[in-house]
Design a protein around this ligand. Structure first.
Ligand code: NG6
Ligand code: CA
Length: 511
C-alpha cells in the first residue's frame, strides 16, 4: 500500500529531493509548525496568563519573536487551516466552513500548498494530528484507502484524525489507511441518520462518562457522545486520554526518521478543543478542570517535542512556528467544568468575543517564531496572519511561489522588521471584517448578536462597527457615528478587497 501511495505521487522522488537538497549552497532549515486547536491569546503565560502555567510555550515566546498582532485567518478551524496551507483567504472558497467528518477534501489537488511548495525545494513533509480539511470525494469507504487527502495536497507522510475529537470517525488514519482496523468489523459513518440499534448520547445517557450540553448527542465512543453516527471499527477506535501521547510519539518519530532533513512537520495538536480528555497524569494539574489540564498537557507535549529536536541536534537548524487555529471557547458543547472552574483566568486576554466571533478574540491568537541562534528574542507589534506563512516560508527557502493572499513577511517572521501587513480581512463563520492599521471595521450582519450556549458575542449588529484598537483594545467604543471619514475609508478598503464575495455569507447558525 505504501508503494501505491508513493507511485501515485506526482511530486519529487526521494533521490530527486536529495540531489536538489545537495545543490543548495547552504543547508535549508527544518520547519516545525505547532498548531493548537482553540487556544486563546490569554491562555498562555507569555501572553499574560497568570492562573495557568505554560512554561514550554513561554520559552519559545521569550526566546523567539512573540507577536502581539498575530492572527488566525478565521475564528473557526477548517477555514483557518485552509488559509494556513494554501495562502488563500478562506472566504474565497464557499466550502470553507466547519466541516463534518464526511466532508470531501476542501483543497483542490491542483492547488498550491505550503507542503507542495516545500517538496519542490527538496523537503520531506509530514503532518501529525488534526486534519479537518475533508477527505475523499464526499463518499468515503473508510475500510479502503482513503483518497484524496493530505498525501494528495503535499504531505508525503500523514498520521491524522479526520476532523475533530468530537466528530466521528474516531480513528487515526495513516497515509489514507485507518490504523488498527479489523476488516471483519468494517467502519460505517453517517452524519444524517443513526445505524439501527446503535446507542446515542440522546437516548442512552446511562452510558455516558461525559455529558453533552448542546449538539454532541449522536454516537457514543468511549462513553463520550459525539457529532455524527458511526458503527463498527471497534479495534481502531482511539482512546481519547492517550491522544496527546499518540500524536507526540508520531511527531517525535517523524523527526527522528527525517533528521537528515530538511523536513517540514505540521504538528496539529487537538487541545484544548472539546472533548477535553487529559491523560490521567495531567488530571487536576491546572485546578481549572479538564480545559486547563489539557492546556498543561499540550504545553508538556510541546516541551517534549523541543527536547527531541535538541537531542537530535536539530534545534539550531529548525524554525519553529507556534499558533492556534482560532480563539477560545469555554462551553463548546459538553459539561466539563470549563466555566465553573475558570476562576479569574481570561482565555480571551484583553479582547472581546471568542471562538466563532468577528471580534478580536475570535482570530487574534498566540503567534510565535523561534529559531535558536538565528532569531534574536524580541516582541513584535507587526500585523501578521497565518495566511502569510506560505509566501514567507517560500521566501525563506528560496522558492518563487507566492500565495494569492499571502504576503512575504519573512523579515517580520524572523524578527528583523516590524513592517507587517497594512490590512487584513478577518473571517468568522463566513462573515468578514477588516483590520487596517489600528482600525477595525465590522460591517452589519443579520443574526443573533450573542450565543447563549457558548456565551460568546458573534460580532453581528444592524449597524457598522468601527473601533480603534490603539486606545480601545476591548472594542467597546463604536466610532462609526462619530468618525464618518474613517468609516468611509474603511468601507472603501473593505469593498476593494472583498469584492462581491459577500455571496458566500450565510445566516449565522448558533454553534
Ligand atoms: C461546532 C461544534 C463545536 C466544535 C466546532 C468546531 C456543536 C454544537 N458545536 O459545530 O463543538 O466542534 O463545531 O470547532 O456541535 S473547530 O475548532 O474545529 O472549528
Ligand atoms: Ca479550532
Amino acid at each position: 500500500m505504501i508503494f501505491i501511495v508513493i507511485s501515485s505521487f506526482t511530486f519529487l522522488s526521494c533521490q530527486d529531493r536529495k540531489a536538489l537538497f545537495e545543490e543548495k549552497e547552504s543547508r535549508l532549515p527544518n520547519i516545525v509548525l505547532i498548531y493548537a486547536d482553540d487556544l486563546g491569546y490569554g491562555d498562555v503565560g507569555a501572553y499574560g496568563a497568570t492562573e495557568i502555567s505554560t512554561p514550554n510555550i513561554d520559552k519559545l515566546a521569550k526566546g523567539g519573536v512573540q507577536f502581539s498582532n498575530g492572527y488566525a485567518s478565521s475564528a473557526t478551524c477548517s477555514p483557518s487551516r485552509y488559509a494556513l496551507l494554501t495562502g488563500v483567504y478562506p472566504w474565497r472558497n464557499k466550502n470553507a466552513k466547519i466541516l463534518s467528518g464526511t466532508a470531501p477534501l476542501l483543497i483542490d489537488t491542483t492547488q498550491m500548498t505550503l507542503p507542495k511548495m516545500l517538496i519542490e525545494e527538496g523537503y520531506y513533509t509530514g503532518i501529525v494530528g488534526k486534519w479537518h480539511l475533508g477527505l475523499g470525494d464526499g463518499n468515503v469507504d473508510w475500510n479502503q484507502h482513503i483518497s484524496p487527502g493530505p498525501n494528495e495536497v503535499g504531505f508525503d507522510y500523514a498520521y491524522i484524525m479526520a476532523a475533530t475529537q468530537d466528530r466521528v470517525p474516531t480513528v487515526y488514519i495513516e497515509n489514507g489507511l485507518v490504523v488498527g482496523l479489523d476488516p471483519s468489523d468494517p467502519i460505517e459513518v453517517n452524519y444524517h441518520k443513526n445505524f439501527p440499534g446503535e446507542p446515542t448520547g440522546k437516548d442512552n445517557p446511562e452510558m455516558l462518562k461525559m455529558k453533552w450540553h448542546h449538539g454532541h448527542n449522536s454516537s457514543i465512543v468511549n462513553g463520550i457522545p459525539r457529532i455524527g453516527y458511526m458503527k463498527g471499527g471497534e479495534s481502531a477506535k482511539w482512546v481519547d486520554e492517550d491522544m496527546a501521547d499518540t500524536f507526540l510519539a508520531q511527531a517525535q518519530k517523524y523527526i527522528a526518521d527525517h533528521k537528515g532533513g530538511p523536513f517540514f512537520l505540521y504538528y496539529a495538536l487537538q487541545q484544548p478543543h472539546v472533548p477535553r480528555t487529559p491523560h490521567p497524569r495531567f488530571e487536576g494539574k491546572s485546578g481549572m478542570g479538564p480545559r486547563g489540564d489539557v492546556i498543561v498537557e499540550a504545553d508538556w507535549c510541546i516541551g517534549e517535542l523541543i527536547n527531541t529536536l535538541k537531542n537530535e541536534g536539530l534545534l539550531e537548524n529548525t524554525l519553529i512556528i507556534l499558533s492556534s487555529d482560532n480563539g477560545p471557547v469555554l462551553n463548546d458543547g459538553y459539561y466539563d467544568d470549563a466555566v465553573e472552574k475558570l476562576g479569574s483566568h481570561t482565555p480571551s486576554g484583553p479582547f472581546r468575543g471568542g471562538k466563532y466571533s468577528l471580534y478580536e478574540a475570535g482570530t487574534r491568537v498566540p503567534f510565535v517564531t523561534y529559531w535558536k541562534g538565528t532569531i534574536q528574542p524580541t516582541s513584535s507589534k507587526a500585523l501578521i496572519s497565518q495566511v502569510d506563512l506560505l509566501s514567507s516560508i517560500a521566501s525563506l527557502v528560496g522558492s518563487k511561489i507566492r500565495g494569492e493572499d499571502s504576503n512575504d513577511l519573512l523579515e517580520v517572521l524572523l524578527g528583523k522588521s516590524e513592517q507587517g501587513r497594512e490590512e487584513l480581512i478577518l473571517e468568522a463563520t463566513t462573515r468578514t471584517a477588516l483590520r487596517k492599521g489600528d482600525w477595525i471595521l465590522i460591517p452589519p450582519y443579520d443574526g443573533p448578536t450573542f450565543n447563549p450556549n457558548t456565551n460568546i458575542e458573534s460580532g453581528n449588529s444592524d449597524e457598522y462597527q468601527l473601533f480603534n484598537l490603539l486606545d480601545d483594545i476591548g472594542e467597546q467604543n463604536n466610532l462609526a457615528e462619530t468618525n464618518k471619514n474613517k468609516l468611509d475609508e474603511m468601507i472603501a478598503a473593505f469593498e476593494r478587497i472583498r469584492g462581491n464575495y459577500s455571496d458566500n455569507i450565510e445566516k449565522l447558525e448558533l454553534e
